[in-house]
Ligand binder design. Structure first.
Ligand code: PAZ
Length: 304
C-alpha cells in the first residue's frame, strides 16, 4: 500500500489540525470533519497519469456552509482544486460577470454590479464571519494515500472531542490502487506497448476509524450507487461491517434532489421538489439539518 510515506506537507497539516482542534475544544463546542471531492490513484511515482474519481466536491462544499450556520467548527478536508465553500457560488466566469470595470486610467475602479450585490453580499458576509472567527480549516489532498494520512491525523485531534465530534465522510474515495512497489518511477511510455495496470483493493479504514481512532464520535458515511436496488442493502452492509451511526445513500443521477438516511433499523428518504430546486434550495441544507438533529440526539443519549 502506498501509505508508507506521508505527503511532503503532512507535518504542516498535522500542526494546523492540532492547533485548530485545541483552539475550539471548549465548553460544548461541536466540530465536524467534512471530507469532500475525489481521490486519485497515481499510475507513476512521478505522476503524470492517474485514475480519478468523478466527484466535484459540491456536496462537501455546500454542507460546510450549512454546518457553519449550525454553529459547528469545520475542518474541510478536500481534494485540491475541487469546490470550496463560498467560492463554489462563483465557479467559472460567474464572478467576472458580477463585476464592472470603470476604466479611468490611473483612477480605475472595479465595482460589483448593482444587481449582483444581493447575491454576493450574504455569501461574503458568511465567508467573512467564518474567516474572522477562525471557524473553518481548509486542508487538501490529491491521492488516496494523502487522504488516508490526513484522515488519521484529523482523527487523532478529534478524539479529544468525544461525542461532540461529527465525521461527515462525503469524499469519493477510490476502492482500488496500484501498490507503490508496482508503480513505474517515470511516465508510462506508449512505445513500451499497452500498459498492464494491476489494481488492488484499498484497505477499508472505516473499521479502525470507528473502533479505534474516534470511538466516541458520531460517524456518518456516504454511499454512492448507480443501481438503485442495491443502495439500501449496501448501506446497511456498511453499517453492519463498520458499526458507525449513519449511512447517507445517494444515486449518481439523482444525488442533487434526493438521498436516503439508513440506520441499522430504519431508512427514510429526504428529497426536494422540482419547485424547491427551481427556487434555489439545496438538498445539502436538508441533509445537514437532519444530521445535526441526529447528532444532537446522540449527544443527549451518549454514555461513555
Ligand atoms: O461531490 P459531488 O457533490 O459531485 O458528489 C457527492 C458524492 C456523490 C461523492 C457523495 O454524496 C457520496 O456519495 N460520497 C461517497 C461516495 C462513495 O460511495 O464512495
Amino acid at each position: 500500500m502506498p501509505l508508507i510515506y506521508p505527503p511532503s506537507d503532512f507535518e504542516d497539516n498535522r500542526t494546523l489540525l492540532k492547533e485548530f482542534c485545541e483552539r475550539h475544544n471548549k465548553f460544548d463546542q461541536r466540530i465536524v470533519l467534512i471530507t469532500s471531492g475525489g481521490t486519485t490513484v497515481p499510475l507513476e511515482h512521478n505522476t503524470v497519469r492517474f485514475v480519478d474519481n468523478f466527484s466535484a466536491g459540491t456536496r462537501g462544499a455546500a454542507s460546510a456552509e450549512y454546518f457553519l450556520e449550525h454553529e459547528y467548527n469545520v475542518i474541510f478536508m478536500h481534494r485540491l482544486k475541487s469546490l470550496e465553500p463560498f467560492t463554489r457560488h462563483f465557479n467559472g466566469q460567474k464572478f467576472m460577470d458580477m463585476l464592472e470595470l470603470n476604466d479611468r486610467g490611473p483612477n480605475t475602479t472595479i465595482t460589483v454590479k448593482p444587481d449582483s450585490v444581493d447575491v454576493l453580499a450574504p455569501i461574503l458576509a458568511s465567508y467573512k464571519a467564518a474567516q474572522e472567527g477562525g471557524r473553518i480549516l481548509y486542508i487538501n489532498f490529491t491521492s488516496v494515500s494523502d487522504y488516508f494520512w490526513l484522515l488519521r491525523a484529523a482523527c487523532e485531534c478529534l478524539a479529544a472531542y468525544g461525542p461532540r465530534a461529527l465525521l461527515y465522510l462525503a469524499a469519493a474515495v477510490s476502492d482500488f490502487y496500484v501498490p507503490s512497489n508496482q508503480l513505474p518511477v517515470h511516465k508510462l511510455q506508449s512505445g513500451a506497448g499497452v500498459p498492464n495496470i494491476n489494481l488492488q483493493l484499498v484497505p477499508k479504514l472505516l473499521a479502525p476509524l470507528v473502533s479505534l481512532w474516534v470511538p466516541h464520535a458520531y460517524v456518518v458515511s456516504f454511499k454512492l450507487e448507480t443501481d438503485e436496488s442495491i443502495l439500501i442493502p449496501k448501506s446497511r452492509e456498511s453499517l453492519n461491517k463498520y458499526k458507525h451511526k449513519l449511512v447517507i445513500g445517494n444515486m449518481l443521477q439523482t444525488r442533487r434532489s434526493k438521498v436516503v438516511f439508513v440506520t441499522l433499523d430504519s431508512s427514510y428518504e429526504l428529497g426536494l421538489s422540482r419547485e424547491q430546486m427551481l427556487n434555489g434550495m439545496e438538498i445539502d441544507d436538508t441533509i445537514v439539518s437532519n444530521v445535526v438533529l441526529n447528532h444532537t440526539d446522540f449527544l443527549q443519549n451518549h454514555k461513555y
